[in-house]
Design a protein around this ligand. Sequence first.
Ligand code: HEM
Length: 470
Amino acid sequence: MPFNLNTPLDDSNLDAPATRHLLQALQANILKGHGRNHVVLLFLEITDVAKARHFMHHYKVTSAATQFQETRRFKDTGEPGGVVRLAFISHAGLVQFGKAAPFAPGGTPLDEFFVQGMAADTAALDRQTTDSWQSALKRPVHVLLLLAHDDLDDLSHMAFSEVQTLNAEASGFELLLAQEGRAYFNKAGAGIEHFGYVDGRSQPLMTTSDIAAEKGAKADFVYDPTAPLKQFMFDDPLAPGEGLASLFVFRKLEQDVASFKAAEEAIQGALTPPPSDDELAGAMVVGRFENGVPVTLQPPPPAAPVDNDFNYNADPDGARCPFQGHIRKTNPRGSSPGGEVFDKGVQMARRGITYGLRLQDPATAEFVDQPNDGVGLLFMSYQASIKDQFHFMQESWANNRKFPKFGPADPFVGIDPIIGQVLLSEEAEAATDHVWPSPAPHAQKNFSGFVHLKGGEYFYTPSPRGLKHL
Ligand code: HEM
């Protein structure tokens, strides 16, 4: 049965043959996030191809079908879902397994960034070098396994036993790195990242249930997050007609919280007249207040539920949300020269989770410590094309000092203050790009350099069936 990828998935009846077929053809976590609060990522290098192939053939990944059935059971009985197991293979890994041919440029999918790997892409991602990468991630990562669970003890046991199996000679792998990840939440129960902001709120939605839940009782959307399945998946070259695959980006992004918070405060102190809201500067950097309220909206809506139905039509000059604001750079919502359909088509399914230990005030859930390192975001995203989505967003939007104002008379708006990378040759010039509303003349304009890449890779997410054909 062919897959229809031109629309979102109708998941109103999980037992309908076309729906069941599609859910069984896909790994979990793509259509919807797995929602578990703890993860362990195991980065592997192949040492013996035959043994590694045998291991992968028997590796039991969680399908989307299992994920959706567990969610239904949870709604019906309250029984929580179990462990989620996912598997990813880099292009270097496919070469080892002798399966790279269908992925060659000109084949399906055409994606030179996947083929070259992330270490070759540092001009866009990390100051043109891998010097800051941790040594384990400088080695060739062939396979990534991800385990996710809500129960940390259970997850630790499972990860321990997985590591023992992998360390045994029969696995055909060397374990390069075991990386933990854990979710943090604010007082209202929304997931937050280490700078303290609600994260993961805005997502392209690819199931009818998610779209209906987002729309609620509203007659229409201001910003419609509906996205077709083909934006995130394609017929699996290793199991054509039987499986669906996706391309996956992993980046370990370390956050210098102390320096970010100091810079945020410096801009806040320089705003004139002093704003009544003492979190305004940070909101302009991110595009949302810490509680998730979009800074472009006036009057601001109530903090909960966190609003995602907005665009920048009423803010054409960046007076409320500066053009450089992280969420305006990464999703201009129709205000870029490309227009709304184009802007939406670039969006990926973001499935990141924070890593590293923080202390939270038990009363307010606010972070009380301000580390310089050791904490950050395990950025993860699924997309059909790394070239046209993740890489395009990073290079042509986040790193582009002019985006989204390209006119010859338009001033530079600056790189994305959270993830933007500037070419070393333009560093001095770019330091004065960012414009904040009415800053005092001595105010530091530049706001960037608080997130550092510790390593990463581009991966193929095989279908459960494709894994057996490695
Ligand atoms: C440590 C690094 C990062 C931090 C702290 C961070 C933080 C945030 C926050 C707080 C939001 C607002 C919540 C939301 O709208 O979902 C957000 C949204 C977003 N981020 Fe990031 N982010 C990081 C890295 C990245 C990277 C590497 C990309 C892609 C290249 C990215 C792309 C996006 C996108 C597309 C949105 C949604 C924008 C929208 O639809 O309005 N982020 N991020």
